[in-house]
Every structure is written in C-alpha cells, then in structure tokens.
Design a protein around this ligand. Structure first.
Ligand code: DGL
Length: 244
C-alpha cells in the first residue's frame, strides 16, 4: 500500500498545477495524473454528468492501485467529492476548494474580492455555504467558457489576455481574486498585469497538496521510497483511457 501511487485527476490541464505542488511537497511519492479530456469542460455540465465523469475517474485511478486520490478540480470537488467518498469511504480522498476562507480572513476592512468560478461551482451548495460567512464581500463570477478557452490556448496563454481583462474590468477596485478553478492558475500573470501587480491572488493548489501530505501521514501510508517517485500521465478518449 505505502509504495502505491497517488491518483490525481481534473477535466484537463488545470490539475497539473495541483500535481506540481504535490510533487514539490512529496517528491518521493509516485503519482498518476488522469486528464478527463473526453468530458472537458465539466463546469458547464449538469451535476449528474459531472458526478458520473468524476466517479469514473476515481474508479479508474483506484483500479490502477492508487492508495489515495486528489480531486484536482474545484468543479468536481464541490459537485462529486461526497459521492466519491461514499464509494471509497476508507481511502484518502482530497479535494480542491476555492480559497474563500483565507481570502476573507485577509481582506482589508473596506475591501472586496472576486471569486472566478465555473458555472457548476457557482451554482453549488458548497460555494454558497463558503460565501455565506463573507458578508457579501466576496463576489462570485461564473465564467462557463473560460476553462475551455484556457485549455485550448495553453500553448500561448497570452491569447486569452483580452478576454480576462474584459471579465475583470467591472471589478477594477477589487483587492483580491480567488482562483476558483484549477485552470485559472494559468492566468495568474494576466490577472496580475490587469491590476498592475496590486492584487492578492488566492489559489487552492498548495492547500490541497498540504492536505494530502497531512492525510497520508495521518493514515500512515507515506511512501518508503527515498529515490524520487515520478508521474505517469493518462487521458480519457471516448469511453477509454490511454497513456498520454
Ligand atoms: N479545472 C476545473 C475546476 O477546477 C474545471 C474545468 C472545466 O470546466 O472542465 O473547476
């Protein structure tokens, strides 16, 4: 068990940011990354479709002998992590939630923040519960198109710059931006440029990796390998999974 890999999945490239943090914190663990590209984007699908896709990813990764799972996707976490945990109750399953709480804690007295999220995350009870303690000072913005736009332009992310500037224009005086979708890590520099560097950006990737490390220790299933773990990459194609 100890030396088995850890499964990480997202609908596409977004979860790679979470994976990178996991590898940085736990370099001796082995990881398997699954990009569910056949079902991308998750964020504009109804909850039942997201649950089906996310549970299929969890099934596939546990079938590859993973000892733990990271749901490296905000949309899949808020929509399907309870279902995944119901299926795999005894396993370590870590999710990715928008960093609303740390953002609100650090918000200036008169400041406000925006939380960029997918449509499905926007509509979720979990986001509503996170926001209800924030005095209306974290404004959620649903962008059904943005994750796919980022995925399609990952080779030259500057191409989405104008689009991101247009989204942020009404919120020029925001103090902080919460990245409520793992794909949005790729537009951090664009957001910084829009605010001339005068903005705090909250990304849940590091928190998720820290949580994974903590849960592995708690369950006493950290690897004994001291020689570096490595990552294997897979993606979904149609109804199947292929090495990437
Ligand atoms: N990367 C996913 C997230 O963190 C969503 C992208 C998608 O819509 O597929 O929410």
């Amino acid at each position: 068990m100890r030396n088995d890999p850890i499964g990480v999945f997202d609908s596409g490239v977004g979860g790679l940011n979470v994976l990178a943090e996991c590898v940085r914190l736990m370099p001796n663990e082995k990881f398997i990354y699954l990009a569910d590209t056949a079902n991308m984007p998750y964020g504009s699908k109804p909850p039942s479709d997201i649950k089906r896709a996310a549970c299929a990813c969890a099934n596939a990764l546990f079938a590859m002998n993973c000892k733990a799972l990271v749901v490296a996707c905000n949309t899949a976490t808020v929509t399907a992590i309870d279902d995944i945990r119901a299926l795999y109750g005894t396993r370590v399953v870590v999710g990715l939630e928008p960093s609303v709480k740390p953002c609100f804690r650090e918000l200036g007295k008169n400041g406000y923040a925006v939380a960029l999220v997918t449509q499905a995350t926007y509509a979720s009870d979990k986001l509503a519960r996170l926001l209800e303690t924030c005095d209306g000072r974290i404004i959620p913005i649903a962008r059904p198109e943005l994750a796919k736009l980022i995925e399609d332009n990952i080779g030259d992310i500057s191409k989405v710059g104008r689009h991101v500037f247009d989204i942020l224009e009404p919120y020029r005086d925001a103090e902080s931006v919460v990245l409520g979708c793992s794909h949005y890590t790729y537009i951090k520099d664009i957001i910084n440029e829009f605010y001339d560097g005068d903005v705090k950006i909250y990304d849940g990737a590091t928190g998720a990796a820290e949580r994974l490390k903590y849960c592995l220790a708690l369950s006493d299933i950290q690897t004994e390998n001291a020689a570096g773990g490595g990552v294997r990459f897979y993606k979904t194609v149609g109804d199947g999974i292929v090495a990437d």
